[in-house]
Ligand binder design. Structure first.
Ligand code: AMP
Length: 209
């Protein structure tokens, strides 16, 4: 099963992708996570991508496409995968086609901008294990400390107000056209992403049946 999870940043697609990955035994491939790992390693790619990511802009297609191709060629992707945050532009979607990757379904998670802004600005991430919290809806038991590994929580630079604004503009201009792209291929199903993760996951499972 090859899936694409589409939707604005902060809509919760990563959370649902983790649940699908666990229950359907296919990897979640988040290009955001892959890029952040490169940043941490201070690799050449990480250094090239740093400013784009921190400012809330898209990393150039060529860099992300190469990164994704390398990941998809790994053995654990043989039975499928969930692409979370890729493609984000029409050229990225075309690159999948050019590489003979046939997507079974595209799930488009939707949410109004006010909800997104609230969610992203209250999101905190563990420096150590990457676990995600929300200081309003899913706070850690001890302030600023990860429940799982006791790592310190921080706010991603791109979860700060100016970058959030950029990310939403970028989403509208570059990523939203993918809705029509996949709609015309008959692959797109939309789900309201403002419900609780459990409800959104139930709806997702119905689609995957
Ligand atoms: P995410 O964690 O998916 O919100 O991604 C964080 C940041 O990584 C984005 O704001 C972009 O700067 C970059 N990024 C992630 N995926 C892509 C992609 N498919 N194309 C271009 N940039 C990306």
């Amino acid at each position: 099963m090859k899936l694409i999870f589409l939707g604005p940043p902060g809509v919760g697609k990563g959370t649902i992708a983790k649940m699908v990955s666990r229950d359907y035994n296919i990897p979640q491939i988040s290009t955001g996570d892959l890029l952040r790992a490169e940043l941490k390693l201070e690799s050449e790619l990480g250094q090239k991508a740093k400013e784009y990511i921190e400012g809330g802009h898209l990393v150039p297609d060529e860099l992300v496409i190469n990164l994704l191709k390398n990941r998809i060629n790994k053995e654990d992707c043989e039975n499928g995968f969930i692409l979370d945050g890729f493609p984000r532009t029409i050229p990225q979607a075309k690159a999948l086609l050019e590489h003979g990757i046939t997507i079974d379904k595209v799930i488009n998670f939707t949410s109004p901008n006010e909800v997104i802004i609230k969610r992203l600005s209250s999101r905190r991430t563990c420096k150590n294990c990457g676990a995600i919290y929300n200081i309003i809806t899913v706070p850690p038991k001890v302030e600023n400390t990860c429940d799982k590994c006791q790592g310190e929580l921080f706010q991603r630079d791109d979860d700060k107000p100016e970058a959030i604004k950029n990310r939403l503009v970028v989403y509208k201009l570059s990523t939203e056209p993918l809705i029509e792209f996949y709609e015309t291929q008959g692959k797109l199903v939309s789900i309201d992403g403002t419900d609780t993760p459990q409800i959104v996951y139930e709806k997702t499972k119905e689609i995957l049946k």
